[in-house]
Design a protein around this ligand. Sequence first.
Ligand code: PLP
Length: 369
Amino acid sequence: MIYADNAATTKLDIDAFEAMKPFLIEFYSNPSQPYSFSLDSRKAIKKARQIIACCIGADPEEIVFTSCGTESDNWAIKLGAGDNDCIVTSTIEHHAVLNSCKTLERKGRKVTYIPVDQKGIIDINCVDECLQRGTGLFSVMFSNNEIGTIQPIRELARRAHKHGYLFHTDAVQAVGHVTIDVRQLEIDMLSASAHKFNGPKGIGFLYIKKGVELYSYIDGGSQENGRRAGTENVASIVGMATALKKNCQNMVATNNKLLYLTERLLRGLTEAGVDFIRNGSENGIPGNISLSFYDCEGETLLHRLDLMGICVSTGSACDNVNTQISHVLQAIRVPEKFAKGTIRISLGRDNTKEEVDQIIKCLVKIIRK
Ligand code: PLP
């Protein structure tokens, strides 16, 4: 099997797995309990928070653990702006953000969606105009899950602040893949999810800059300094920190490899005479390759590749029940004859050049048929 759907999820890192094991079997106590049996769990959470904070240039107190990227996004969007404030976002956000916005709209809140250009970059000329209409929350994803495009985050954060907005970014596809320094980028809130960077599923975090007031989204006990209730998922928190640290340490080498593999894939398809468009910008998440093939059906390509032992996606994993053209492909205006034939090949750190050659061979065979 060739796994080329790393934007949907990644394989759990072996060191992360090993680091998690003691907290599933040996140190299973509730970290909130005052007895010494819980001391190891509490210490492990503290250390994990420090590691994660260090990886994104934050302070440990600014990291709040959540159950996933979706929860982090829901929290930031639904509670990041006051009841009378505006929410401004882009048209290509993940559904965790878009559907949170829809919920707010149903409650009478005003949400503005800024369009993107053909590479998926937010229309900077529209930003000032949209932000001038009030104050509130401006949320733009760091990088897009379907096409990999990275947004000019610092520029967007600065414009948000200039107009009195808080700036949130859904960095679920970016954390652990590209360098992020929340201070330097002037980010107020950032969502992340462990399973996108070789950590376990069902754990994420929200970075909340010191001074940003955000009510809790999950009410209950006083865990996470009273900011996010619920018994901590100690093993997963430890696994997330271990995976993130390792990915950050190996980032340059991994990304060089992914750029080489991407180049090899594109060259292989071009040399075979395949008619395709690569979606997104040159400045994208390494390994995230959205391809639209002329006069093909993405769904058919996916299933044929599956029969040949290759896992890819037609867009984002969350869009797969939907065979229509995704909101992202519509927003970047992929020509119709190509849009229907879109697949996302997302290579990860474990993919090899032999696997890429096999993907090329299989794709060429299917498309020629
Ligand atoms: N945001 C983006 C950009 C994503 O790609 C995803 C998952 O695909 C999410 C949010 C949701 O993250 P999770 O799967 O941890 O809920």
